[in-house]
Design a protein around this ligand. Structure first.
Ligand SMILES: [Cu+2]
Length: 119
């Protein structure tokens, strides 16, 4: 009986998922990375592979002259999403995301965008 318990524990341990690399990776961006978009209001949507702590995450808009603006992160949607909006004039931009995943790891990355009239 005792042996059975040991075997069962071992089986469960082997079946358990690996100690997750659950830190957040960007899986979808709207607009897409490198996209060209028309000037005006931009609706930004970033989707990650895991839940994130939006209160401790950050979106920063970086302009070609290196000036930056912190973008507001909307509270709508599920915890794996970040929504924001910005009003953009023609030029090149980078949206830099930094997120805290539920596993406590911070990840960051860039979504470069070009804003151009009359695409
Ligand atoms: Cu992690």
């Amino acid at each position: 009986m005792r042996w059975m318990v040991v075997m069962l524990c071992l089986a469960l341990a082997l079946a358990a998922p690996l100690p997750a690399s659950a830190h957040a990776i960007l899986v979808e961006s709207t607009p897409a990375i490198g996209a060209t978009v028309p000037p005006g209001r931009l609706d930004l949507r970033l989707r990650f592979n895991s839940r994130i702590d939006r209160a401790r995450s950050r979106l920063t808009l970086i302009r070609a002259d290196h000036s930056t603006t912190v973008l507001p992160i909307s509270a709508e949607g599920t915890d794996d999403l970040m929504f924001s909006t910005a009003t953009l004039t023609p030029g090149t931009y980078v949206v830099r995301w930094q997120v805290l995943a539920v596993d406590g790891h911070i990840t960051r990355g860039d979504v470069p965008l070009t804003v151009r009239a009359g695409n």
